[in-house]
Structures are given as C-alpha cells and as structure tokens.
Write a protein that binds this ligand. Structure first.
Ligand SMILES: *Cc1c(COP(=O)(O)O)cnc(C)c1O
Ligand SMILES: [Zn+2]
Length: 393
C-alpha cells in the first residue's frame, strides 16, 4: 500500500522533488516539506476510522505519514502520550483550561522519538546504511535508539557540555559519538565533513524532510485527545522549531480534511533569554532570524543559535496569530518545580519553559481568561539529566 504522499516541495522556492529518492535540502538551500493528496487520504480513512483504531501511538495516523511499506516501520512505542489536564495550573494562571502534553513518556524520554521514528523509517526505506546528525543531545539519543532498532550506523556529534545522561545513553545505544568544543552549529560543521567525504545520510534538523512528519503527530494527538477540537493556543519551547512547524502542518491538515472545525490554535514559541533568535526575529518583524551570539541556557535543547527552520517558524507564528516570548533560566527552574508540585509532571528545563512563558503571556494579555491552553512538555527530567541543573538559590 503506497502512501498518499505526492511529492516534496521546497519551503523557500517552491520547487518540487521526488519523494521516492533520497532528498535533503533543495539546491536553493531551503528545507523540503512533504505534500499529501488529502482527497486520497479521505478515501482511505475517515476520522471515526482513526478513532476506532486500537493502534496506540503516532502510527494510528498512518495515512498522513510518509511510509511506503507499513511492515517496515521502525517503532519503539513512540507517541500516544498523555494530555494531562491540570485544574490547579488553570486556576493559578487564571485560564479556562490548561493541559500539559507530556512528551516525557516517549521512548528515550523526549518527543525527539517521534521524529526519529519517522526519520529512521524513511532513511531505511531509501537504503541508507549510515545516518549522521548534529544534536544538542536528545535528538542524538533518539536517532541512536531507532538506528539501533533498524540496524543502521548512527554518527552523532554533540557539544562536550551536553547533559551527561545524553552522552551515556548515546554511547550505550551504540552510536559513533563525537564530542565537540562548541554548540550544535559547530557539531553541524563536523558532521557535514563526514557526509561530504563518506556519503552518510544527512539526518540533521530539517536537512531531511521526514523528521518533521513524525513530530507532526503531536498536533494530531492534541486535537484527537481534546475530542477532535483545537485548543485556543499551544505554547511550545523551540530550539530548531521542528515541533512547531510539525504541529502547524498537522492542524492545517486536520482542518483541510474537515476532521476538526474552527480556527487552528495560536502557535506560541518560547525560548530562553540566553538563546532567543526566533523571539528576537519575531519581535523585530523580520522574516528570518540572525544567529545568536554566545548562546547559553540550562535548557540544552533550546540552545540552537542558528535555526535552519527560522522562516517556517516565523510564518507559523504569524499565520496563526501567535506570538513569541523569552523567559529567564530562573523562571524555567521555578516552572519546573511548579509543574512537578502542582501537576505531578517531571519536566526537563525545556519542557518547563512553556509554563514559565504562560505566566508572562497572561500578564501581557496574550493569553486570556477564556483560553484553553496546551503546554507542551517536550521531555522528561529523567531523560535530560537534572544533575546538570544548578540548585535553586
Ligand atoms: C529538541 C528539543 C526541543 C526543541 O525542539 P525543536 O523541534 O528543535 O524546536 C525542546 N525540548 C526538548 C526536550 C528537546 O529535546
Ligand atoms: Zn528551493
């Protein structure tokens, strides 16, 4: 059963590319996105058909995913994470409702599992034997896990100061790990050498078209778990911003299929004040982000000074009427504690940032008392190494 994918399209110049072949960036340098024939999807499955499925996790949306041969899907139990409603957080923030999408329950402890599942599946379908990526930590661990399951060799470059649990997990999972003096951008330059000289499959953020498709399922799940309704706003901690771009596409597909009515949610990005290129670009009205100098934050996954998907993220925020807000690391730590003590959710610093942001957004009127808000906790405290988090003063 072939997928309903029709082709790949460049998000910058609009040129189309054949999805059956190995594709990375467009010759113009733009990331490629996957296009589907939604009429074909609608012929194959209806909303109630999806709802009736016993398949848990992200593959219940199979017809909206880029898989040619379902028998070859590489899976470890990704997706199907809880959407936890917290009336305690809602009353504290004075919002109609607050749900936490708890991505910490994914394999390897972060939502990177979704992108790795779809990305590794697609790479294997296209005959890749060696995949390579730079990472702040969690993506490297997730790709190492799915690569191990698929029998691929995974080459990972990670900052030397990445959380110790990330380093240990990547090694345990058999990745060929290089620690780099510098940030994810330097790691990227190193990986590029191996790709050029040894023909490794480039699995860097948005440098292949399929990671974002896995992350997209986060949006499908949020809508389905709310009873096929959109929330008013989703607050997301952005590094490269792939998860946000994925949700934007998911919500548009659900709307275009007629599976969910009403306005798509306002997409809200949060970053740390120590590395906030997307927030700065949004506030200045720019279409693209400038590289952030001397990036530093306890939220390692948000330490992405030059996000390749900047234009797409900014478009997603503006098209949905969203906004962007930076929060201080101290606010992230306080939110981490509040999320644990008031909602029972053990979030990583990245995953706690949306709660910190929500406080500010209520204060400045970007979230209103009648809003139903989803905060995305992108990863568990257990996965990203809280031994690296300095104690509260
Ligand atoms: C990677 C990561 C992020 C940022 O995700 P992007 O898709 O790059 O924006 C946020 N939180 C955690 C825990 C991560 O690992
Ligand atoms: Zn192009």
């Amino acid at each position: 059963m072939p997928s309903s994918v029709t082709h790949l399209v460049c998000s910058r110049c609009g040129r189309t590319h054949d999805h059956r072949e190995r594709q990375h960036l467009c010759p113009c340098g733009g990331p490629l996105l996957v296009d589907y024939d939604l009429d074909d999807v609608a012929r194959r499955v209806a909303r109630h058909g999806v709802a009736a499925r016993t398949t848990l996790g992200m593959w219940r949306y199979l017809e909206l995913l880029p898989v040619e041969d379902p028998a070859r899907i590489v899976h470890l139990g990704e997706g199907g994470t809880p959407l936890v409603e917290s009336s305690r957080l809602a009353s504290r923030l004075r919002l109609r409702s607050v749900h936490v999408k708890d991505e910490g329950l994914n394999p390897t402890g972060t939502f990177k599992a979704r992108g790795a599942a779809s990305g590794v599946t697609a790479a294997a379908e296209r005959g890749a034997g060696d995949v390579a990526l730079p990472t702040a930590g969690n993506a490297g661990v997730a790709w190492a896990a799915y690569g191990a399951a698929a029998g691929l060799s995974v080459h990972v470059a990670m900052p030397r100061d990445a959380p110790a649990t990330n380093v240990a997990a990547a090694r345990l999972l058999g990745a060929d790990l290089t620690l780099v003096d510098g940030l994810i951008s330097e790691a990227g330059r190193l990986v590029a050498e191996g790709i050029a000289s040894r023909g490794w499959y480039d699995a860097g953020t948005l440098r292949e078209p399929y990671r974002v498709e896995g992350k997209k399922t986060l949006g499908f799940e949020i809508a389905e778990q709310l009873g096929w309704r959109f929330p008013d706003a989703v607050v997301y901690p952005a590094g490269g911003g792939v998860g946000l771009v994925g949700m934007w596409r998911a919500f548009a597909q659900l709307r275009d299929l007629g599976w969910v009515r009403g306005e798509v949610p306002r997409l809200i990005v949060t970053q740390s004040e120590g590395c906030a290129p997307l927030v700065r670009a949004f506030e200045s009205g720019a279409e693209a982000a400038e590289p952030w100098e001397r990036a530093a934050t306890i939220a390692h996954g948000l330490r992405v000074p030059e996000p390749l998907g900047d234009r797409l993220v900014l478009l997603a925020i503006r098209e949905t009427g969203g906004t962007a807000v930076a929060v201080a690391d101290e606010e992230i730590l306080a939110a981490q504690e509040l999320l644990a003590s008031a909602a029972g959710v053990l979030a990583s610093p990245e995953g706690a940032a949306p709660l910190a942001a929500a406080g500010r957004l209520v204060g400045r009127g970007d979230l209103e008392p009648n809003d139903r808000v989803v905060l995305v906790n992108t990863g568990s405290a257990l996965a990203t190494g809280w031994e690296d988090v300095p104690p509260l003063p």
